[in-house]
Design a protein around this ligand. Structure first.
Ligand SMILES: N[C@@H](CCC(=O)N[C@@H](CS)C(=O)NCC(=O)O)C(=O)O
Length: 200
């Protein structure tokens, strides 16, 4: 199957992390795509990455759905806790981390607009969502341990991308639990194998 993404996409990276943790990365052909290309709309009418073309050519879109599918093909329990309540908590953390990434992408895109069209109020509103979200994650990051559940992978992808693109400053400052966990997790296989290329 083919995962259409860019190698810098945080949502694509989350899916690649899932494939890695579930032990099926060798079945996923990561395929770089220009999400703006008209032809890509046939795969994802929304023009967003990632999209997953399965072996029967049917396509799945949206990273939570793609993640769930990929995990189902391998060691699902390493990504989605079997205990129902733990699973809801994991999915809620994924939603929080994905929301942070969405807000970061909105800032990234706004900053690409010509200065006279840019709205600082809009950027500040998105930055506030990111900072509140990161505070909430810091409050629970002390309990992350070496878990690879979906919420934690989503946090790794979100924060990795915020730092890679320098979307908001000082995200580790005053967030000791998140910072310590980021330091610890940096050398894990699922992080190193999915990192954006150095020249990106
Ligand atoms: N909810 C989607 C969001 C995907 C998304 O926003 N992807 C970004 C790149 S990381 C994108 O394709 N943006 C292009 C656009 O919105 O036009 C998911 O989780 O897959």
């Amino acid at each position: 199957m083919k995962l259409y993404t860019s190698l810098t996409s945080p949502f694509g990276r989350k899916c690649r992390m899932v494939a890695h943790v579930a032990g099926i990365a060798n079945r996923v052909e990561v395929t770089e795509i220009d999400y703006k290309a008209e032809a890509y709309r046939k795969l994802n009418p929304l023009g967003k990455v990632p999209a997953l073309a399965r072996d029967d050519d049917t396509v799945l879109i949206d990273s939570p759905l793609i993640s769930a599918y990929l995990a189902s093909l391998g060691d699902e329990a390493a990504v989605y806790p079997e205990n129902p309540e733990a699973r809801w908590q994991a999915l809620c953390l994924e939603a929080l981390a994905d929301g942070i990434t969405d807000a970061g992408i909105l800032i990234f895109m706004e900053n690409k607009r010509r200065e006279e069209h840019r709205s600082q109020g809009w950027i500040d509103a998105q930055a506030s969502k990111i900072n509140h979200g990161l505070d909430a994650i810091d409050a629970v990051a002390g309990e992350f341990g070496d878990s690879t559940q979906i919420g934690i992978l989503a946090v790794a992808a979100a924060v990795g991308w915020l730092e890679f693109r320098s979307v908001v400053p000082d995200i580790r400052t005053n967030r000791p639990h998140l910072s310590a966990w980021l330091d610890r997790v940096a050398t894990e296989d699922f992080m190193t194998a999915t990192a954006p290329p150095p020249d990106a």
